[in-house]
Structure formats: C-alpha cells, structure tokens
Design a protein around this ligand. Structure first.
Ligand code: BGC
Ligand code: BGC
Length: 655
C-alpha cells in the first residue's frame, strides 16, 4: 500500500479544490452547506450515528463493496453525491480556471484529444496522480476514476503498442490472443496511472458506411460476444482490485451499429448517432446480445449510446436503460452517458438531465461545464423531476465499482513503470495479431508468399510508410493523423527488414523508366477518421493511390495490393488489376506482421468479419442473404494457394 493513500477521516470543510495540477485550500467555496441525505428507500443503509449498524465503516475492507458503498453513501452530502455523478474532461478541470475546479467529481476523462502537454507515460501518470491527490483532499476524499479510450492498445500515449483495430481482430477471431491484448493494454494503462477503459465497443455494425465500423469486431453478434468477452476478461483479470486490472466498458448501449443511413442529425454525420429502427426482436438478437455476454463476463460499466431508437434517444430511455439493462439483464454496475449526449435528449438542459438520470444514467460525461450540470441536478431534485432515491442508487452503483476496484485502498497504480509502455513483448503480440488478421481476398497462382530469395521488389504508395495511416482514428488523437505520430514499424520498414536493399520504395511510384521486377507491392488506404467524420457514402479509396496500381502493373510480373481500411471498401481498379489483394485493416504500429504473411513466415488465416458489399448501397446487411449484393460473404478469406478458408466468393466476384 502506498503511503499517504489512506482514505481520510470524514470531514466537511474546508475543502481542497483542484486547481490545475496543484491543490489549493479554499474554505467553504463549494456553495451550499452540507445537506443531510436520506438512505436508499427500502434498503438497509448503515447510519453514521445511532442504531446497531454504526459499526459499518466504509474503510473496513472486510465488508463487501456493496456494504462499504452503502456506509459511505450514508455519510455523504448532496454536493458529494452529485459530484460522484459528474465526469469532466481533463481540459475543463485543468485549464478553464477556478470556476471549473470548484466541484467534486466522480471521474475525469481524457477525450479523444485530451493528453497532458507532454505526451509521455510519466507525464500521464503525474497528471492523473495530481487529479487523484486533489480528489482525495476534497470532502470525504473519494478517489476519482480516470478514464480514456484505450481502444486498440493504450492508444492515446506516444510510445504505446498500437494493436490492430477491432475489425482486424474480428478477422483473426482468436479469443486467446484478444484476451492477451486486453491484458497487455491493461498493463500499459496502469503504467500511466489510468484504470478505466472506455472499451470494448460491442456494437454489431450492420452498415459498413458507418465511420465506427473498425471499432467493432464484426457484423455477427456471436463473433462480437466471443471477442469482446475475451477482451473484457483480459482487461479486468479475475479480480478488479488486483494490481494492473482495468475496468472495461461495454459500449454503446444499445443499437449503435444499427442506425440507418441518413437518419443522423449530428453535424457532419450521415449514419453515426442516427436512429436504429429495427424491431424489438432484431434489436435484441443482433444488438443486445453482446451485453448479456459482457455482463455475464463481469463488465461493471456500460456506456449509453448517442443513437436513438424509434422511441427516441437511448440516453433518455428508461425502458432500455432501466427495465432492460438493469432489470432484465441484471446489470449492477453503473451506466455512463457519452460525450455531451445528455444535452441531446432535450433542448432544455435541465429537462434533459432529469430525463436521462431518471432513465438510468448514473454518471454523466458532461464533459465541459460541471456548474451547469450540477445546477441542473439540484433543480431537478427541487422540482421533483429527479428523485433522491435515483441519485442514491446512481451513487451507490458508482461507489460500489470504486470499492470493487480497490481504489480506496490504492487510488493510484504503482509509479515508475513507464517501461511497460510499448514493451517488446506487447509489440510481438501486436505483430502476431497483424499477421493473423490479414485477409487474402484474391490469390493468383504462385503469387504469394513472396519467396524471400526473390529479386528486387518494387513498393509504392504513401500509406506503405506511414504509422498514422496504418493506425487509423483513435490513435494519439481523436481523428488520428498521418506520418510518424508514434514510434512503430511501417509496412515498408517491415519489408525492408526482410528484403534489405532489394526493396525499392517509391512513395508515388515514380520509379525510373525501365525499372521492373518480378514482384511489385502497392499499398492503398483510407485516411484516418473517427465517428461521424468517417461516415462514407462512397466507400472509395483515394483515386490517386488506386492509380498507382495501374502504374505498377506493366513493371512487374506479379502484383500484390495491400489495402489499409477500417472496413470493406470499393475495390474498382484493384481487384481486377492485381494478382493478389490483401485486406490488412488498420494494423497499428507493428507493420512487420504484414511482411510475415507476405513472405510466408505466417500462413494467411484471416477472414472478413463484414460482408464485402457490391456497391455502397448494398452496405446495409440486416435481413439480407450472404451473397445478396455482395462480392465476398462474411467469413470469406483465402489461403496463399487460393483455397477458401470459409465460404466461397460470391458468384462473379473475383475477376
Ligand atoms: C465516443 C465514445 C468515447 C467518448 C470519450 C465519444 O464521442 O462516442 O466512444 O468513449 O467520446 O472519448
Ligand atoms: C473528443 C472526443 C469526443 C468528440 C465528440 C472530441 O473533441 O475528443 O472524445 O468523442 O469530441 O464530438
């Protein structure tokens, strides 16, 4: 146990407030005086004074997390309770001045673009530790939970291992490996002081035009269940309080992957955050199924979806959040809303807050303005729109998870483990995942694997030598980026390590006239994107990169095209021109894994986790047969000799 981390004796004032990364002592700044609060109706809540239950002490680690949460709840002021329900993004806590710092908080998050000024493991740890120390000095001293989107490795941190995005892991379909990735991710997260991961995405996308397709494992609910369950098990381990365990989040509840093209009203989106109008049976069989498995697998946090059903925004839907998730599915952890999603429930903010909380949201990802949120909760309580019982239930759930995580005993993971970030064992794991996730879509006879003894190999395409391009969105930043955004091995690096000087790389294919070779490789790819900005009506690859395929053709006997994408894309100008086509998805930092399959060290194993639609309009899949409007059915992939590893290509698909 770390010195100085013992929970403090309950006290009321003065309060310690978070001021940047420093902690300042300010007397009575938190507005109203402590408000006595009532216990949960109908529950046996130990009281602070009087009665036989006075012995219940939340600091007593021999009690159950539930009993400790109840004991603590009974001592809390209304300010403290509302504080636990508040999640702010780090910029709003850190830089927005004193007005944003005078609030008790249950959680701080780094959103897609939230990092410490210097993005290093140590700077992350110090930032989280500063928030934690400030929280421990505030009121009763309830530790915060710090959360990030570590959705393909500890993917916000420069130097971390970036694993393939989930689409690639779906192609690989190896639960043992996915569990190991969860474990590695948890260890790399603990090294930066963070114990809450906003993942896995358990969406079951039914239309690959969605900009979040790559965040999910695939279109088959059984596959999503299998792999998300493995990832949760890896993140959480067998004991949430154990050193290096991280709390997982199943998101986004429910139906985020079922929205219809054109149904979104979110700015810049067409399908992201839209409306899922599936009937109840379909909603359950496709979109709800993974939650049942995740809950059985011990997930303690669920994030509500931005999206709607025909009944309105899920974030304000009592039936789905309370009757179905907490009732029918028996979810006893807490529900966090998505980024500002509560604001979308009603144009009138206090009404939106009341509706969402009464629907079953326990913690609100505000994320900027805590004062406005906390005032809205108070207003709802005063008007009767929000019940005290609902607030108590929300806080009890949040506290219970914090006790289960051992945060009161050890609010911060061990310091000084920055070496774990990007550790070589994790990179080896990622490399194996990259090799295993590559899907061979076309395999001309004798084209692959490339014999290591081959002569010169011509390589073209800017994406062949770009860590940002091969990593996609949610890498360092929300939208991702291009170029050397974090250390790693590009596809070109990986090939060069094997072929040495025999690899001739021209980014734009501008080889000297007359240069030719037995083998040419062109890498073409989507540019990074996240969420609605990745919604695509065309599923098109950049035309100038596709043009490199035709330009390479006359120079080589055997032409291999590697496609980097977050989803099936249109392969005009690729499929008919190349001798072999490899879907590499978004492999992350370990591009060496591609060389491993291309050169035959590892056999091709991957199969597409999404139907490959014939046209963009064929993208919606619910209710359609495997080859209805498809080039390749879900589960399609070839071995190097061209034999299908799963179902055959759809009739007339491969030229
Ligand atoms: C996304 C979530 C994410 C959150 C925090 C939202 O925009 O929908 O998946 O966890 O931001 O970054
Ligand atoms: C944040 C993301 C969030 C998005 C939603 C971004 O600025 O970094 O976490 O998902 O906004 O609009």
């Amino acid at each position: 146990m770390l010195a100085g981390y013992a929970p403090r004796t309950p006290r009321r004032a003065p309060r310690l407030l978070i001021l940047g990364t420093a902690v300042a002592l300010v007397g009575g700044a938190c507005g109203s005086p402590p408000t006595p609060t009532s216990p949960l109706p109908g529950s046996v809540v130990p009281q602070a004074t009087g009665g036989p239950s006075t012995s219940a002490d939340y600091r007593d680690a021999s009690l159950s997390p539930r009993a400790r949460a109840a004991a603590l709840l009974a001592q809390m002021t209304l300010d403290e309770k509302i504080g636990q329900m508040t999640q702010l993004e780090n910029g709003s806590v850190d830089t927005a001045g004193v007005s944003q710092t005078q609030f008790l908080l249950g959680s701080v998050l780094s959103g897609g673009d939230g990092t410490p000024p210097e993005n290093s493991p140590d700077a992350w740890y110090q930032m989280v530790d500063a928030y934690q120390q400030a929280a421990l000095g505030t009121g009763i001293g309830i530790p915060i939970l710090y959360g990030i989107d570590a959705v393909h490795g500890n993917s916000k941190v420069v130097g971390a291992t970036i694993f393939p995005h989930n689409v690639g892991l779906g192609a690989l379909d190896d639960p043992v490996l996915v569990k190991a990735i969860g474990r590695a991710t948890a260890v790399e997260m603990n090294a930066i002081g963070v114990r809450w991961n906003f993942g896995p995405v358990v969406a079951v996308p039914q239309d690959v035009r969605w900009g979040r397709t790559y965040e999910a494992y695939g279109e088959d609910p059984a596959l999503v269940e299998r792999l998300s369950g493995a990832f949760i098990a890896g993140l959480q381990g067998t004991d949430l309080a154990a050193q290096d365990a991280v709390a997982a989040t199943a998101k986004h509840f429910v139906g985020d992957g079922g929205t219809g093209w054109g149904s979104s009203t979110a700015q810049g989106s067409s399908i992201d955050q839209g409306v899922t109008s599936a009937d109840d049976a379909t909603l359950r069989s496709i979109h709800l199924a993974p939650y049942r498995a995740a809950i059985d697998g011990g997930v303690r946090i669920v994030m509500a979806s931005f999206s709607s059903t025909n009944a309105g925004k899920v974030t304000g839907d009592h039936h789905l959040l309370t009757d179905v998730l907490k009732g029918e599915l028996g979810f006893s952890g807490f529900v966090v809303s998505d980024w500002g999603a509560v604001d979308q429930v009603n144009a009138d903010y206090p009404s939106a807050v009341a509706q969402s909380i009464m629907a079953g949201i326990d913690m609100v990802m505000v994320p900027y303005d805590a004062a406005r949120f906390q005032a809205a909760v108070r207003q709802g309580l005063a008007s009767g729109a929000i019940s005290q019982a609902r607030i108590d239930d929300a806080v009890l759930r949040i506290l219970q998870v914090k006790f289960e995580m051992g945060l009161f005993e050890q609010p911060m993971p061990l310091a000084g483990r920055a070496d774990a970030v990007g550790a070589s064992a994790d990179r080896d794991l990622a490399r194996a995942a990259v090799a295993g996730s590559a899907v061979l879509l076309k395999a001309g006879a004798g084209v692959l694997p490339i014999a290591p003894s081959t002569g010169s190999v011509l390589l073209a395409g800017p994406a062949a030598n770009d860590i940002g391009r091969q990593s996609g969105g949610w890498t360092m930043t929300w939208q991702g980026g291009t170029g050397p955004i974090t250390p790693g091995t590009t596809i070109a690096d990986g090939l060069r390590a094997r072929l040495g000087d025999r690899l001739l790389y021209e980014e734009n294919g501008a080889f000297d006239a007359g240069v030719s070779a037995d083998v040419g490789i062109v890498v073409v790819g989507e540019f990074p994107y996240a969420e609605g900005r990745g919604d695509s009506a065309t599923l098109a690859l950049p035309p100038d990169e596709v043009a490199l395929v035709a330009a390479m053709r006359p120079r080589v006997k055997r032409l291999v095209v590697v496609v980097l994408s977050g989803r099936p894309v249109m392969l005009d100008g690729v499929l008919e021109t190349a001798d072999a086509v490899v879907a590499a998805w978004l492999p992350g930092t370990e591009g060496g894994g591609l060389a491993d399959v291309l050169l035959g060290d590892v056999p091709f194993h991957g199969t597409t986790p999404y139907t490959w639609p014939d046209t963009p309009e064929d993208a919606p899949r619910t209710g359609r047969g495997p080859c209805d409007g498809a080039v390749f059915p879900v589960g399609f992939g070839l071995d190097a000799s061209g034999r299908p590893l799963g179902p055959a290509a759809c009739p007339g698909a491969t030229p």
